[in-house]
Design a binder for this molecule. Structure first.
Ligand SMILES: [Zn+2]
Length: 298
């Protein structure tokens, strides 16, 4: 059968047509087609929703697929698919009934969950997670975080969405889209790398030896976030996903060398890379609700 997965970030909206087969020895999920459109967040909520619909329409035009899974930045009430909180990265999204809007347009089954939760579900069910207490960090425009406290007890309330990106890392530091200053996601994300270097293209920064100090700073800040996450949540596996992990060869070893072995040993690149949230949101849409509860890390 066919599923549509959508991953909404502050910069781009990725979408995929996913084929799922269910042989007796376990389901498989494969991306058949994949595309991306710019979010164009500055034009506001209606425009972003229109772009999301375009991303879905891409595939609806060529299939009768009636299952749509959406992972979105921001806090999502997964029972209703409403956005309960989003920063100005998605202007106007706080309070938006995203599931309702997509259901009105497309009908069928629509599930909306947080993007980091979607990426974690993707890694756990389709990708390479082996931990019992896996945590996912997604580095894109912002820094997303989700965790499963005990994989053996999966069920209601087991996937926690954690606001790690808005833990203050540098008191009085960079202005964050949430209104605070010095939040982790202004340093440990694509946005952070760009600000460190004062340049716009992350891939150019990572590959330019002249920007080594900017990459070092990114790694040092990332290490601080990992130390905090380990101390507070004690995950036994930390999966790193999002767009920045696609260029991990430029910073992965540096980061691992900075971390204490007890932290470095838990780090793992998401096996699905930047596709984890697409596959995870589709998986969640097909396999039901996860009763994900919100946790606020202030
Ligand atoms: Zn913030």
């Amino acid at each position: 059968m066919k599923l549509i997965g959508v991953d909404i970030g502050g910069t781009g909206i990725k979408s995929a047509l996913i084929s799922c087969s269910r042989p007796a020895d376990g389901s498989t999920y494969k991306i058949a087609h994949r595309s991306s459109v710019p979010t164009e967040a500055k034009y506001g909520r209606e425009h972003i929703v229109e772009n999301i619909c375009k991303a879905v329409d891409n595939y609806r035009a060529r299939t009768d697929c009636a299952v749509i899974g959406v992972g979105s930045a921001g806090d999502i009430d997964d029972a209703t698919g409403k956005v309960t909180y989003a920063t100005s990265a998605l202007p106007g999204f706080t309070g938006l009934d995203l599931r309702g809007a997509l259901k009105a347009r497309f009908g069928g089954r629509v599930v909306v969950i947080n993007d980091a939760s979607a990426a974690l579900i993707g890694e756990v069910y389709v990708g390479g997670s082996t931990g019992k207490r896996p945590m996912m960090l997604t580095l894109g425009t912002g820094l997303g975080c989700a965790m499963i406290a005990d994989k053996e007890k999966l069920g209601c309330g087991s996937v926690l969405n954690i606001r790690l990106g808005h833990v203050v890392l540098h008191e009085g530091g960079r202005d964050c889209r949430c209104g605070k200053k010095g939040c982790a996601e202004m340093y440990v994300s694509a946005t952070g790398i760009k600000m460190n270097a004062g340049r716009e293209k992350v891939e150019e920064i990572l590959f330019d030896p002249a920007c080594a100090a900017a990459v070092d700073k990114f790694c040092a800040d990332f290490k601080a976030v990992l130390d905090h996450a380990c101390e507070k949540y004690d995950p036994d596996e930390i999966l790193i996903g999002g767009g920045v992990v696609e260029m991990a060869e430029q910073w992965w070893d540096k980061l691992k060398n900075m971390c204490a072995p007890a932290v470095a040993d838990r780090l793992k690149k998401a096996a699905l890379g930047n596709r984890a949230a697409l596959l995870g949101s589709a998986y969640a849409a097909l396999n039901g609700d996860y009763g994900m509860q919100m946790s606020y890390d202030k």
